[in-house]
Write a protein that binds this ligand. Sequence first.
Ligand code: FAD
Length: 338
Amino acid sequence: MQEQYDAIIVGGGPIGGYVAGEIASKGFKVAIFEKNKQIGEPLKCAGLVTSRVFDYVDISKESVVQNKIKGANIHSPSGYKLTIGGDRVHALVIDRLNFDKEIIKNSMEKGAELFLENSVISIQKKGKQIEIKTSKSNDVKCNLLVGADGPYSKIRDRFLMSQPTEILRGMGAEISNTRLDPNSVEIFVGENVAPGFFAWIIPTNENGTEARIGLCIGPESTKPPLYYFSNLFKNKNSSPFLENVKITKKIGGSIPFGALKKTYSSNLLLVGDAAAQVKPTSGGGIYTGLLCGSYCSSVAIESLQKNNFTSQFLKKYHKLWSSDIGMELYLGMKFRKL
Ligand SMILES: Cc1cc2nc3c(=O)[nH]c(=O)nc-3n(C[C@H](O)[C@H](O)[C@H](O)COP(=O)(O)OP(=O)(O)OC[C@H]3O[C@@H](n4cnc5c(N)ncnc54)[C@H](O)[C@@H]3O)c2cc1C
């Protein structure tokens, strides 16, 4: 490992991977530090995205798209079913593990260096640079640090940035042996189903025989996600979809809501879940994170070209993403509260 980088990206998730590739493609020396052993593991996503994500990532749809969704059935606690869509493809189901791996592969092809099992444990300002220590290496310096380290971002805490308004906890699984309408997502709402959010069943193949199920709960919930997850198999609305299914993989994770009011500081940019750039109505963070990631990387590149890492200069990133989707995320929080 070299000791000096132009930019260090903390977090090898989809957003960190994407930003790293964009910066490296302009010839800058970029390192990605990822605390886990493998990219994309453990799985923490339902994998439902808009096709617009493919405007940002250079991945063939064939390699990661598992299924196409045309509509949704929303089940109320009393058993009322509201059907929406159904006319055309509204969303794609992706293999999230391969999606993350492909993004990182692309960024490495563009020159980014990846260091797995390297948890960033300390960050110091050293003159005009940032010096970090990871669980495996000491004193690695950079001009620009990009915090893409997810919902519980250490970088966000270290720079005393504000916190997301709320962080939802989620749990789910990949299942087989289902008999689902392959074009339709099933959504379940209610205090006893998923307080503060909703539960889902997403068919992941064109036969409707495999799916991802899951739910998230709000901070006000007194019981753990596992309690509600087990309930999905007993609840009168969801259980008919889950008879005799086999769980093949567990999914878990958190979703931050309420985008940060400030996503930059001198030598620092925060992006993706670390900045809570997530749609509060759906919990989708891949598209919004990539969109903000594109602004993050363009400002990062400009700052490296101009050798300007001041807070005043990097503010441009915050202005760009917030004038694009800031209002949508803000209104999303209002709708959520409503
Ligand atoms: C249950 C669930 C279902 C979801 N479903 C969807 C969906 O269907 N569609 C959608 O668009 N979004 C969904 N999301 C949200 C989506 O997963 C996130 O928005 C997306 O992963 C954000 O990407 P990211 O790169 O910002 O962060 P992450 O994917 O969280 O990546 C952050 C990375 O940083 C690493 N890291 C953390 N701390 C350190 C450290 N100190 N040092 C080094 N590395 C570190 C982590 O290991 C991780 O790999 C879901 C989330 C959950 C929890």
